[in-house]
Design a protein around this ligand. Sequence first.
Ligand SMILES: C[S@@+](CC[C@H](N)C(=O)[O-])C[C@H]1O[C@@H](n2cnc3c(N)ncnc32)[C@H](O)[C@@H]1O
Length: 206
Amino acid sequence: MAETFDREYWEDRYRGHDHGKGGHPNPRLVAEVADLTPGTALDAGAGTGADAQWLAARGWTVTAVDISRAALDAARERAGDLEAGAAERITWVRADLTEEIPGGGGFDLVSSHYVHPTGGYRAFFDRLASAVAPGGTLLIVGHDPAEAHGHTGSLSESHVSAQEIASGLDPGVWEVVVAESRRREVERGGRRATMHDAVLRARRRG
Ligand SMILES: C[S@@+](CC[C@H](N)C(=O)[O-])C[C@H]1O[C@@H](n2cnc3c(N)ncnc32)[C@H](O)[C@@H]1O
């Protein structure tokens, strides 16, 4: 039976786990955002907060949103180690991003990593795109379909290619800067594995 990635699914996944301190930001975020001037950012599907912390430490004012309260509780705890100033630049918000964008929009950066909402991608990506300010950046990283073939052997609603994401962006409004599949090696259960990320970076024309 197909999995439903609803709130209960994510609460179950985070509840009762010790998420520890620290955590590493996504390498795609680090690579794509390093050259941007810090402003306001939406971390859409923040999980336990490593990306939001990294952004805040670099001077971004971050609205970190997740559907799971357990994830945000862990994220807040982890953020306790941030230096003064950085921690205050993060606002943690529990919300369903398929229904609303907390803060309304106008973000200089909207960043979303591996969020695959129930109900499909299109409306979700449209909503994220609408939250980017003129001149701002949309960064979406997903599980590339190549990963399903090489890793789990099955293609599910959690997979999307960068081209599919880009196809929803009006070229009159968006300049696509990056739309590609990128491989990375990870350690999983003591074994090396190859992940395939779909990376979409686009700039909203000013
Ligand atoms: C695979 S995790 C990735 C977490 C984090 N972005 C990372 O890269 O480590 C997906 C996250 O998206 C959140 N999420 C899923 N659907 C959501 C929705 N509709 N609104 C807000 N957050 C959602 C989940 O709770 C989960 O924390």
